[in-house]
Design a protein around this ligand. Structure first.
Ligand code: ATR
Length: 273
C-alpha cells in the first residue's frame, strides 16, 4: 500500500518538498505519495490530526508551524528540544515523534556539497531566531574553532548563549561587536533573505577564502550575498542544498533508506546571479 506523507505550511504553494521526495522515492523504489497541504493559520494541529486519521505516516513542517509541531509531539529528539521547534513528525500508532533536520541539513550541505569542513573554522551565524536555534547544535558538533551569533536584538543572541551553555560555548552580541573580527564561514539565518533588507556588516568580516551562505533559497543574490561579493567573497551559496539535505534526513528517518542527494540537488540548483 502506498504510504502517505505531506509538507504543511502557510503559504505552501512554493514548496519544493513534494518534488524532492518523489524524486527520492523513485530513486530508492519506495512506494510513497507526498503532497503539500496549506494548513489554516489557526488550524495546524487539526490539519495534522486529520492527515494522520486518514492514514498519513509523517509530515514535514514549514513556516510558521515549527513551534506548534514540536509542542504537539509526544516524543522529541534533542535537536528538536533545543531548537524548541520541529520540522519533521513521524506517526507511530498513538505516538507523534518530532525531530529537527534543518541544522544537520545545513551542515551536510556545507561539508559534503560545498566541500567546507567546519572543524577548526571560525563560524558566524547572523540572526537569533528559529533558524539559528536549529543550526547551533549540529554546527557545534563539528568542533569549529569559534561559533558566534550576531543579532539586531543582542539580548536574543545572549539568550541562545545561555540556553546552549551545556552544549557549546557561543560568542554573542550585536553586529557592532563583530568589528575587527574575521570569519571563515558566515551564514545568514535572518529573514532578510526574504525581506531584501541589508545587514550592518562591518568591513573585514569575511576572512580570505570565506564562504557566505544564505539560508533562504530561490531568491538569487540576496542583499547579504551581494554584500559578501562586494567584500571580495567568491564562494557564495543559497539554502537549496540545506533544503535537499534535510529532506534526505527526513526520508531516512521515515523509510530507513538514505537517498542520494546529488542528482536532486543538480536538478533544483539555480545559478546565483
Ligand atoms: P526564523 O524562525 O526564520 O529564524 P524569526 O524567529 O522571526 O524567524 O527570526 C528572524 C531573525 O531575523 C531575527 O534574528 C531577526 O532579528 P531580531 O531578533 O532583532 O528581530 C532577524 N531580522 C529580521 N529582519 C531583520 C533586519 N531587517 N535586520 C536585521 N535582522 C533582521
Amino acid at each position: 500500500m502506498t504510504d502517505r506523507y505531506a509538507v504543511l505550511g502557510h503559504p505552501i504553494g512554493h514548496s519544493k518538498s513534494p518534488l524532492i521526495h518523489s524524486l527520492f522515492a523513485r530513486a530508492t523504489g519506495q512506494d510513497i505519495a507526498y503532497t503539500a497541504i496549506e494548513a489554516p493559520l489557526d488550524g495546524f494541529a487539526d490539519t495534522v490530526r486529520r492527515f494522520r486519521a486518514e492514514g498519513g505516516r509523517g509530515v514535514n513542517v514549514s513556516l510558521p508551524f515549527k513551534l506548534q509541531a514540536f509542542q504537539m509531539a509526544t516524543e522529541s529528539g534533542e535537536r528538536a528540544r533545543l531548537a524548541g521547534a520541529a520540522n519533521c513528525l513521524k506517526f507511530d500508532g498513538e505516538r507523534i515523534l518530532a525531530d529537527n533536520f534543518d541544522g544537520v541539513g545545513l551542515v551536510n550541505d556545507l561539508q559534503r556539497n560545498l566541500a567546507c569542513p567546519l572543524a577548526g573554522k571560525r563560524v558566524l551565524l547572523l540572526g537569533a531566531g528559529g533558524a539559528t536555534r536549529g543550526a547551533l547544535l549540529p554546527i557545534a558538533a563539528e568542533r569549529p574553532a569559534l561559533l558566534a551569533v550576531a543579532n539586531r536584538t543582542p539580548d536574543k543572541a545572549h539568550a541562545l548563549r545561555h540556553d546552549f551553555a551545556a552544549h557549546t560555548p557561543l560568542q554573542t552580541g550585536g553586529y557592532e561587536t563583530l568589528t575587527g573580527q574575521a570569519f571563515d564561514v558566515v551564514i545568514n539565518a535572518t529573514s532578510t533573505g526574504l525581506s531584501q533588507d541589508a545587514l550592518p556588516l562591518p568591513d573585514g568580516l569575511f576572512a580570505p577564502g570565506a564562504l557566505a551562505y544564505e539560508m533562504v533559497y530561490g531568491k538569487g543574490l540576496t542583499p547579504f550575498l551581494r554584500q559578501a561579493q562586494a567584500a571580495g567573497v567568491s564562494r557564495v551559496a543559497d539554502g537549496v542544498g540545506m533544503l535537499v539535505e534535510q529532506a534526505a534526513e527526513a526520508f531516512l528517518w521515515w523509510r530507513g533508506v538514505r537517498p542520494d542527494t546529488r542528482a536532486v540537488l543538480e536538478q533544483l540548483t539555480v545559478p546565483l546571479v
